[in-house]
Design a protein around this ligand. Structure first.
Ligand code: SF4
Length: 63
């Protein structure tokens, strides 16, 4: 599983960071930075929820 972000869509709203700040951080540039794009299996549910929380669908999970 890999986290993929689309910075053209991200509006820096920070829902992903609020849910899983070990994986997502909104930078001074107002865009999401994926801190670790290969989440451990035991974090899958957490990361999945954070990805789904993005109101502009800027995050997705790939293989
Ligand atoms: S929730 Fe979406 S729009 Fe907000 S910082 Fe994360 S990726 Fe960007």
């Amino acid at each position: 599983m890999r986290i993929i972000s689309d910075l053209h869509l991200c509006e820096g709203l920070g829902m992903c960071e609020a849910m899983a700040d070990q994986y997502f951080e909104v930078g001074d540039d107002g865009q999401v930075h994926v801190l670790d794009d290969r989440p451990r299996d035991h974090d899958r549910q957490l990361v999945d929820a954070a990805v789904k929380s993005c109101p502009v669908s800027a995050l997705r999970l790939g293989s």
